[in-house]
Design a binder for this molecule. Sequence first.
Ligand SMILES: [Zn+2]
Length: 369
Amino acid sequence: MPKKTHFRYKYGEIPYPVFFPDATRALVKSLDSDDIRATKTSGILVNTFHLWHILDKSVLAAFGGIREYMGWKGAVISDSGGFQVMSVVKKGVSEGKITDEGVVFHPSRNRKVVFTPEESVRLQMSLDTDMVVVLDDFTDPKDDHTQAKKTVDRTLEWARRSKAEFDKICLEKGKTDEDRPYLLGVAQGGEFMDLREECTKELVKIGFDGLGWGGWPFVEGKINFKSAEVISQNVPEGYLLYGLGIGKPEDIIKCFKLGYNIFDCVLPTRDGRHGRLYVFDADDIKDIDVTKPNFYHFFNSKKFANIADTSKISEYCDCSLCQNYSKGYLVHLFKLGDPVAGRLASLHNLRFFSLLMEKLQTANFSSQS
Ligand SMILES: [Zn+2]
């Protein structure tokens, strides 16, 4: 399989790597689709599980897909819902349980609702996203080897069922390999590398366009990239590799060096709303060098007191915050607590991430280990 250079979406192609901010409920918080476009962000991620709860089938039938609903013309990917299932069910936030059939909820005493792997694929196909991710059984970081193995076995069984459903829908809709969405599996197994390897190899046999690095990679507060590496070492050349929820620039770069080319995260906009802005350490856009160890720093609006500061967050950034407003005015807006502050900071942060992707496309890490 030749190495893929571009992410194909409904209206075109985007060079790898790609970063998609989270529009969990068909909204990137505090921004509309026109704002997102202005940051040169090429795509967004919507959350299958949350939309399953919110969107009536009639909405997608009326609009034709989530893109039309949002007035968004860029790429859209949807996640599997596995992480959210873990959040609401495995952590006991919501009444529900995971069975071989799927995720079973009881909204009322006599009512049972099942979110199955097939339902997840069907919904993602109705959303008309450019990349469908199959439902997986999240390996809890507290799981021992036996429990983790069970999540891997279930993830594989659900992946087989999802692939069958995906193929069936593509056939019904007359989709070819050129105009169907990408289909990705998710490799689980926690910190047990033998399970990660087994899960990866078995998923490859089922037949996907790529795999996601699933689970919770934090060990004692730090990301352990070993499992990401095991996955990348056990997939065919040219496979798409997706770092689910990976958003810190240095983490993106570590994954990118391992062969990962798709990323999503809430960080740029969440940090923006909290007054935390990402700033490249460079004097001009053309001088940004993401191969350096410390190529950016944070500007923290909430720790900055000078509302008379006339300088820009970044003198060369082409986002609407840096083009039109001073550091002092942004700090003033945050002090007022007005949502405009979070919006402007989010616009700047998304432009930082789109620039990061642009720079990674041509970055040369070959002189580094
Ligand atoms: Zn800016």
